[in-house]
Design a protein around this ligand. Structure first.
Ligand code: S3P
Length: 183
C-alpha cells in the first residue's frame, strides 16, 4: 500500500513474478465490477459509495485461501478501519513510502485519479501524506522508500525484508535477493 503514484501496481506485479504468485490490483477488480472507470464512479456516486465497494472487494480478496497472491490496494483503502484490520491481520502489508514532491513529479499530468483533479495537486498530495502516512505506517509489516531505486531494486529490498522475516521458506537466500529478476 501507499499513496497514489508510488508504483504499487508496477512493483506488485514484478514482486508477484519473482515470488511465483498471482497478482491482482484491487482498483482493477473494482472497475471490472462497476463496469466503469473509478473517476466516473466517483463523479456519479461519490466517494463514500466507492469506499463501501472498496471495503467489500478488499475483504473478499484477502479471504481467498490457496495460491499465493500479491495484491495492490488503492491509496485510500487505508482510511477505513475495517480495511486496516483485515489487511494487517490477513496479509503481509508492504508500505511503498513516497514523498508528496516525488509523487507530484510523476502525477502532475494525471487525469484519472479523482482526488488529484484539483487546482493545486501538490498541496493535495501533501495533505494526503499528512493524513495517511501514519495509517500506512501503522498497518505495514514492511516499509520501503520509493525515491531513487529502480523497480527491480525495490522488489529486491522487499524480498530481502520478507526473507529476513522468514516469509520466503521456499527460496534460498540467494534466490530471494538475486539482483537479476527473472524475465
Ligand atoms: C485513491 C487512489 C486510487 C483509487 C481511487 C482513490 C485514493 O488508487 O483507488 O482513485 O483515495 O488515494 P491508486 O492509489 O492506485 O492511485
Amino acid at each position: 500500500m501507499g499513496l497514489p503514484g508510488g508504483g504499487k501496481s508496477t512493483v506488485g506485479r514484478q514482486l508477484a513474478r519473482r515470488l511465483g504468485a498471482r497478482f491482482l490490483d484491487a482498483d482493477i477488480v473494482l472497475e471490472e465490477r462497476i463496469g466503469m472507470p473509478i473517476r466516473a464512479y466517483f463523479e456519479q456516486h461519490g466517494e463514500a459509495a466507492f469506499r463501501d465497494l472498496e471495503e467489500q472487494v478488499i475483504d473478499e480478496l484477502t479471504r481467498e485461501g490457496g495460491a499465493p497472491l500479491v495484491l495492490a490496494t488503492g491509496g485510500g483503502s487505508v482510511l477505513r478501519p475495517a480495511n486496516r484490520a483485515c489487511l494487517h491481520e490477513r496479509t503481509t502489508v508492504i508500505y511503498l513510502r513516497s514523498t508528496p514532491e516525488e509523487l507530484y513529479r510523476r502525477l502532475r499530468h494525471d487525469t484519472q485519479r479523482p482526488l488529484l483533479q484539483v487546482a493545486d495537486p501538490l498541496a493535495k498530495l501533501r495533505e494526503l501524506y499528512d493524513q495517511r502516512h501514519p495509517l500506512y505506517d501503522e498497518v505495514a509489516h514492511h516499509r520501503v522508500d520509493t525515491g531513487r531505486p529502480s523497480v527491480s531494486t525495490l522488489v529486491n529490498m522487499i524480498m530481502m525484508q520478507m526473507d529476513m522475516a522468514g516469509l520466503l521458506p521456499a527460496l534460498g537466500h540467494d534466490a530471494a535477493v538475486s539482483p537479476d529478476p527473472a524475465p
